[in-house]
Design a binder for this molecule. Structure first.
Ligand SMILES: NC(=O)c1ccc[n+]([C@@H]2O[C@H](COP(=O)([O-])OP(=O)(O)OC[C@H]3O[C@@H](n4cnc5c(N)ncnc54)[C@H](OP(=O)(O)O)[C@@H]3O)[C@@H](O)[C@H]2O)c1
Length: 257
């Protein structure tokens, strides 16, 4: 990928750029356009390969990554469509707006991909499902997938699943991080060193996940492996919170307004 342009240089752009930098895999040239120029300048300070540029410069890259929230696309995409090179690929990181919607906003441009990356990409541990429109040739698919390798897993998925991944793997860390943070704090309060607390929580989280999904045991059998459950009385409220918060948001992302 010769040049990568970002339209929108916010959190997800930073996550990807820091992830590539950490892996020593930054694209040769990256141009960022963000309406908040301070934000673009901040990202440009990550590495010499990255610079702040105009919408035209970012949109005329070989790969144009759109890191904008869905409501902004209706205005932002028509403004850049004239700058897209015919051989470029545009990768949208936004949920809700489909290939058909993107193509309409881009005057029929059809070399489109959509992805729902997640924040662990910043340490190369992301889960970053990607969908390709029919207009993206095989060679460009391979190039895009190779670019994503340093950020973590990048399964090719059907477009209709992108919003499910938005709720589960992209927003998922936010459901858990505050709990990990509190557990680690308590571990230190209970006498572990900072390093031991971090190691214990991280190992417990990874092991708990492997036990539930890889042990071959039924979920109820897994949960019966530990008889003392201090949060048992809170479980119903926590499960209800997941359902009450996530289901309406999923509907909002998957049905037209
Ligand atoms: N963060 C994640 O972990 C994550 C994961 C998967 C997918 N995504 C998706 O990625 C998209 C961006 O998310 P984010 O977390 O990066 O949001 P963010 O941190 O709010 O970044 C968006 C950036 O775009 C700028 N902007 C707004 N309008 C613009 C325009 N017309 N042209 C150029 N820049 C513009 C914003 O500036 P102002 O702040 O000044 O408006 C902001 O700096 C969303 O669709 C989100 O669902 C995010």
């Amino acid at each position: 990928m010769k040049m990568v342009g970002f339209i929108g240089g916010g959190r997800i752009a930073r996550i990807m750029l820091e992830g590539w930098k950490r892996a020593g895999a930054l694209p040769r040239a990256v141009v960022i356009f963000d309406t908040n120029s301070e934000q673009a300048t901040r990202l440009a300070s990550i590495a010499p390969e990255i610079r702040s540029g105009s919408p035209a410069e970012a949109a005329s890259a070989d790969l144009v990554i759109v890191g904008l929230h869905p409501p902004v696309l209706a205005e932002a995409l028509p403004a850049i469509k004239g700058h897209l090179k015919p051989e470029a690929v545009l990768l949208s990181l936004a949920p809700k707006v489909t290939f058909v919607g993107l193509s309409n906003l881009l005057g029929g441009f059809s070399r489109l991909a959509r992805q729902n990356p997640n924040a662990p990409s910043i340490v190369g541990e992301g889960y970053n499902p990607i969908a390709f429109s029919a207009g993206v040739p095989e060679a460009e698919r391979h190039m895009l997938l190779a670019l994503m390798v340093p950020l973590g897993d990048c399964p090719v998925v059907e477009e209709r699943t992108i919003e499910a991944y938005a709720l589960i793997s992209a927003m998922g860390p936010t459901y858990l991080w505050f709990q990990f943070k509190e557990l680690k704090r308590l571990a230190v309060e209970f006498g572990l060193t900072d390093a031991a607390a971090r190691q214990a929580v991280a190992a417990m989280v990874n092991g708990a996940s492997a036990t539930l999904f890889e042990s071959g045991l039924a979920p109820d059998d897994v949960m019966d492996l530990v008889p003392v459950k201090p949060l048992a009385a809170d479980e119903a409220a926590i499960v209800a919170a997941y359902r009450d918060r996530l289901k309406p948001l999923f509907q909002k992302l998957t049905y037209p307004a």
